[in-house]
Write a protein that binds this ligand. Sequence first.
Ligand code: NAI
Length: 317
Amino acid sequence: MVKPIQQAAVIGSGVMGAAIAAHLAGAGIPCLLLDIVPTQLSEEEAKAGLTLEHPKVRSKLATTAIDRLKKTKPAPLYSEAFATRITPGNLDDDLHKLSKVDWIIEVIVERLDVKRQLLQRIEQVWTPGTIVSSNTSGISINEMVAPCGEAFKRHFLGTHFFNPPRYMKLLEVIPGQTTDPEITKYMTAFAEKRLGKGVVAAKDTPNFIANRIGTYGLLVTLHEMLQKGYTVEEIDAVTGPAMGRPKSATFRTLDLVGLDTFVHVAGNVHNNTMDESEKAIFDSPSVLRRMVEQGWIGEKQGQGFYKKVKTAAGKEI
Ligand code: NAI
């Protein structure tokens, strides 16, 4: 029996996790936001005499993510006051709290091995009836949950939100081979009625529907246009407002998504296709890989294809 969703937990407080928690908070669903425990102190923390054992340090990834929600534009929170519906924490100290929620959403790095490990950890405290879903951009739902037990597998599916989650209506719901149809049905109705989403049922194929098509377009642009000598600005000028997509020009989109995440998402099709021409397209160009190696991973780091700068009035553009 599925538990009606009254409380949720989001694991991973990065670009998508924090913003999904904000959307849930806006829909009146209190949620935990958990991330890993940092392994290093910042200079300020060390100066202030804090240690890695201090609760403030241990949950700082989620805490700072919630602070960031209040400053991000367009606003991920319907109202700043709703931030109090999100409780920050960390996976080591707060794992047991997952036994009390009705929906657990995994929103961590796009890597099969890391996601598998996390799901196995969640399973240790999971209670039957609790739905567990992944926000993966395209990793196989079946493979992700393969090491887990049968009951857990029946409660697991993909719920793929789009960036930014408050504003993008689309939600791909992806049942795996072992997902209980009742869970898929419940989640679809819940997402439509409570979260205001337009749900598309997707099959568990590499990158599902949207990222199969979307990443293809971005990669063709990257491979062909850069090679032909067009600039970032020229390509964005054509692939943005001029094509009726005010916010989604090629390089702006890559910066928003995160170049590190994009390389993983493209790699997922690259590694799972036998078609040589498709393999070549889904092989991220070296410029992208070099930028990731340098830490130029997009808006979340302040530098991607575009650099965030502060104006004289202190506004970030
Ligand atoms: P991100 O890199 O911004 O954040 C990932 C977060 O996961 C970080 O806070 C990191 O500390 C945490 N994390 C890493 N390993 C962890 C572990 N073992 N346990 C717990 N937390 C861990 O990534 P982003 O962009 O938020 O992506 C998360 C997921 O959402 C990925 O599966 C991605 O493919 C998917 N996604 C991303 C979109 C985007 O536009 N960035 C859009 C739709 C889906």
